[in-house]
Write a protein that binds this ligand. Structure first.
Ligand SMILES: [Zn+2]
Length: 284
C-alpha cells in the first residue's frame, strides 16, 4: 500500500529519481498522484477548470456533500476505432480528461494513430492494453514469453504515446478479475520495466443491449463507491451515443471527475507493488 505519508519515491530506469506518488490523491488532503509529463502541470493534479472540477466548484461540492462527495475516473479501452473521435468530442466539449488504453491491432489500422495522437494532444493519458487483446496473460497456452509479445511489443508500437511512467491495463475478459489476469512472469516484467498497472472497479457492460443500459449501471456503481474507475469502450456503436447524456448527468450530480486513479485500482505504480495482487496471478 501507500506509505504512511502517502508518498512513494521511485527510481526511473535511467536513474533519475522522481516522486511518483502523485497519481493518487489522498482524500481531503489535496495531495495528488501525478505521473508522466504532467508532473509539473497542476491541472493534472487536481483536474481541469471545468464545471465539476474547478476549485470554486469543488468548494461548493464539498460544502454540499462533505465527505460523501463521489469521485469518478473515466477510461476507454480497446481503441482507437472509428468511434474514438466522437468520444473525444464529447469529452472536449466538457473539458473532461480521461485515459485511453489502446490495443495494438487497433492502433495499426489506417487513421488510428492520428486518433491516439489527438487524444494525447487533448490531455488524455494513453496506456498499453496489450498487442492483440485475445487471451488474458494468465490463460495463454504457452505463457512463457507471451507477455513479451503482448506488453513489450505494444509499448514499442505506442512509441511516444505512452506516459513517461508507462501505463498498462491487462485484458481480463469482460472485466472479470481473477488469477487469469497475470502470470508471475508478466507481473515481474511490469515491475522491472517500471509500469503502472491500472485496474478498474466498474464495468457497466457497454457492449450489451439495449445500448443505453450501461448508463444506469455506471451511475449505480458511482453511487455505491467513493471513487469509481469505470471502463467504457470508444467504439462506433450506439452505446457511445449515450456518453454525452451520461457525462451531463454526472456533472449535474456534482460528482467530481478526476483523471487520476484511486489507489485500489493501482496494484503497481512505476514498478513498485502497492498491494497484494496475488489473487490476479496464475498458479504455476
Ligand atoms: Zn479490453
Amino acid at each position: 500500500m501507500l506509505c504512511a505519508d502517502g508518498s512513494i519515491h521511485v527510481r526511473k530506469q535511467r536513474g533519475r529519481e522522481l516522486r511518483a506518488a502523485n497519481l493518487v490523491e489522498r482524500q481531503g488532503e489535496g495531495r495528488a498522484f501525478r505521473h508522466g509529463k504532467g508532473r509539473e502541470n497542476p491541472s493534472l493534479i487536481v483536474g481541469t477548470d471545468q464545471p465539476g472540477t474547478s476549485s470554486d466548484h469543488r468548494h461548493l461540492t464539498r460544502k454540499r456533500h462533505g465527505d460523501d462527495m463521489k469521485r469518478l475516473t473515466l477510461s476507454f479501452d480497446n481503441g482507437p476505432t472509428d468511434g474514438t473521435g466522437a468520444v473525444l468530442d464529447a469529452l472536449a466539449q466538457r473539458a473532461i480528461k480521461t485515459s485511453f488504453f489502446l490495443v495494438g491491432k487497433q492502433l495499426r489500422a489506417p487513421g488510428a494513430r492520428a486518433l491516439a495522437e489527438r487524444a494525447k494532444a487533448e490531455g488524455h493519458w494513453i496506456g498499453n492494453h496489450t498487442l492483440s487483446h485475445d487471451v488474458p496473460l494468465g490463460r495463454a497456452d504457452a505463457p512463457h514469453g507471451h507477455h513479451l509479445r503482448e506488453i513489450e511489443e505494444m509499448d514499442v508500437l505506442l512509441d511516444g504515446l505512452n506516459e513517461d511512467v508507462p501505463l498498462f491495463r491487462p485484458y481480463a475478459g469482460k472485466g472479470i478479475l481473477g488469477p487469469h489476469v497475470f502470470t508471475a512472469e508478466s507481473l515481474d516484467y511490469l515491475r522491472r520495466t517500471r509500469h503502472t498497472v491500472v485496474l478498474w472497479n466498474s464495468v457497466p457492460r457497454d457492449w450489451e443491449q439495449p445500448p443505453n443500459a450501461w448508463v444506469a449501471r455506471a451511475l449505480a456503481d458511482i453511487e455505491a463507491q467513493s471513487w469509481t474507475t469505470v471502463v467504457l469502450h470508444d467504439k462506433p456503436n450506439d452505446a457511445m451515443k449515450h456518453l454525452p447524456a451520461f457525462l451531463d448527468t454526472v456533472m449535474a450530480r456534482r460528482i467530481e471527475i478526476r483523471q487520476e486513479f484511486p489507489p485500489d485500482c493501482l496494484p503497481m505504480v512505476a514498478g513498485e507493488s502497492q498491494w497484494d495482487a496475488s489473487a490476479l496471478v496464475r498458479a504455476t
